[in-house]
Design a protein. Structure first.
Length: 275
């Protein structure tokens, strides 16, 4: 009499099915939790904190938006000088930030820093400090220090630019080909000659491209500096809002858009010509 044994179940396949069900359950639980958090945030920040009675309903919102569509063209001639001032703040601030970022990049590049234990942490700290503080905060600090006008805007843009330019430059220095540097040092070249002949030619395209890109960004930053008294189109925008001249506000916004579009075109062709 022969006995037949039942086939053993495929434990690997069962474990795979169990793992798949567990994974799907976790994904669904995460999705439900995310939707619950999103609904809670929407309720507290939009539904609860919004003064719906002040809006006057849908007609009130449409009526308010309609007032922004009637442009105050009489303001257009007075926007030329603030637009040029905004462009000047972006340009001078970028140039000043570029100059100030060079020693920071030198300190923050691990392969050329004078000291890995003193200057390298200092350079990295200055990069983080520059990028962490918003340009409006920098502008408020400099307005309090040097007064109203374009100068605090230029200084704020420069301080905000140091972090980005120096970080990209330091990373480019760390990724250079070390052979030219070793060759210059082997024939007795000093630190300046190593930097000028061995490092700068390798990172020059990166530096120029970064400066052009930062100038393009600084046009946007300079356009809002006037909100804290640093001049430019932002100051005109603030005045029009204070006078409830909605058509003038829209015209200033359009002037900012034109200025930013100009910066986009110039930076595009400048990068193509230089890099």
């Amino acid at each position: 009499m022969s006995t037949t044994t039942a086939p053993m179940p495929d434990r690997g396949f069962d474990a795979w099915l169990a793992h798949g069900r567990s994974r799907r359950f976790k994904n669904r639980a995460i999705l439900v939790l995310s939707l619950a958090v999103l609904a809670w945030c929407f309720h507290d920040t939009v539904m609860f904190d919004t003064d719906w009675t002040r809006m006057g309903g849908a007609l009130g919102v449409v009526g308010t938006l309609e007032r922004f569509l009637w442009l105050d063209w009489s303001l257009a001639p007075s926007l030329v000088v603030p637009a040029l001032e905004t462009l000047m703040m972006a340009t001078l601030g970028t140039l000043l930030g570029c100059v100030l970022s060079l020693p920071v990049a030198w300190f923050g590049a691990a392969n050329v820093t004078p000291s890995r234990y003193v200057f390298y942490p200092l350079g990295r700290f200055l990069m983080v400090l520059s990028r962490s503080i918003h340009e409006i905060i920098w502008a408020l600090l400099f307005v309090g220090a040097v007064g109203l006008g374009a100068l605090p805007g230029i200084l704020a843009v420069a301080m905000r630019s140091i972090g980005f330019i120096s970080k990209i430059t330091a990373e480019a220095i760390e990724n250079i080909d070390p052979k030219p540097v070793e060759a210059i040092r082997a024939v007795g070249g000093n630190q300046f000659q190593v930097m000028y002949y061995g490092i700068v030619p390798q990172i020059l395209p990166v530096i120029i491209g970064t400066i052009i890109f930062e100038w393009d960004i600084n046009i946007r930053r300079s356009a809002i500096m006037g909100l804290v008294g640093a001049g430019g189109l932002g100051l005109v925008f603030f005045r029009q809002m204070a006078m409830f001249n909605y058509g003038g506000v829209t015209l200033v916004v359009l002037a900012v858009l034109v200025l930013i579009a100009f910066g986009e075109v110039v930076s595009h062709y400048a990068r193509k010509a230089v890099i």
